[in-house]
Design a protein around this ligand. Sequence first.
Ligand code: DP6
Length: 345
Amino acid sequence: MENTIIWESPSNIALIKYWGKYGIQLPCNPSLSMSLKQSVSRFELTYSPIKAGEKSLIYLFEGKENPVFEKKVSKFIDSISNDLPCLNKYKLKISSSNTFPHSAGIASSASAMSALALCLCSMQEAIDEMEMPRDYFYQKASRIARLGSGSASRSLFGKYAIWGEMEGLPQSSNVFAIPFTAPVHPIFDQMQDAILMIDSSPKKVSSTVGHALMKSHPYADARFQQARTNMSELLVVLEKGDFENFTRIVENEALSLHALMMNSNPSYTLLKPNTLEAIERIRDFRSQSKLPVTFTLDAGPNIHLLYPKQYKNEVIAFINSELTELLEEGKFIQDGMGNGPQRIK
Ligand code: DP6
């Protein structure tokens, strides 16, 4: 008796950054992200009752064995077997793939861990022959995804999602993310994200190491307070459609993240000369064209260029004429806000 479940789940880009954690994957400050549309992970899970002596997990990434990812998946599954008791009685065949290249500046742990959490929660439902109420299902999947990777907790929801306790938002939690359900101004409703590939070499600092740097960071408390202030201002900005303050907050978050890494001990500089040059050109373009365009950064050198959909032609023309020479092989990925995960089977 074999059964297969397939989910696709998106990556997300944080506008208010999660940087610093404590306890079991709990964030030191609330974060807010936008789920992407094209950049997704697809997980196929086949399960059947386990027999004595059988291997409990077979994992393939893009059709091939991948011991590094397999170890991560296996550790994650072990860590959640109390939450999903079915895991002890079944063997799992998991095969996954991404629609985006590795090291493209797109968080694959967010899309992967959220897709896997969804497959495992659907498996529990199928075995129990009982559907959980949908809100509860996504909340549970978000909590489980968080244990795999903090930012993955936000990928369970489309559009904008918030993870971490936030004053004035009584439903918010450190344990799972919630969708941002307040009305959002139309200018922020179909946000585009052109991911500019400055450098695709592997990350110099893993998130685990990065978050740990905040434990003894002299600016830690100020940073967590800054994130809370930026978050409460951003929530108002999203409702009002105030792109000028959106730009101020989002760029402040991106550059604060990198400033914190630069003056951590040890110190990391993840920005490349071309990242800084591109930022200058984006800011010049904005002041000359008066178009609403801004950027954010992940823990790497690549730039996420954010703008409302109605300016797509002008922004793509700007990328082609002024930014491609700064990009690795002139590459960028055109993505935008998406509607969250999708069950395929
Ligand atoms: C800079 O979620 O990758 O992208 O919980 O250790 O897996 P772990 O960290 P991770 O950290 C993401 C950091 C960030 C900001 C963000 O997405 O909020």
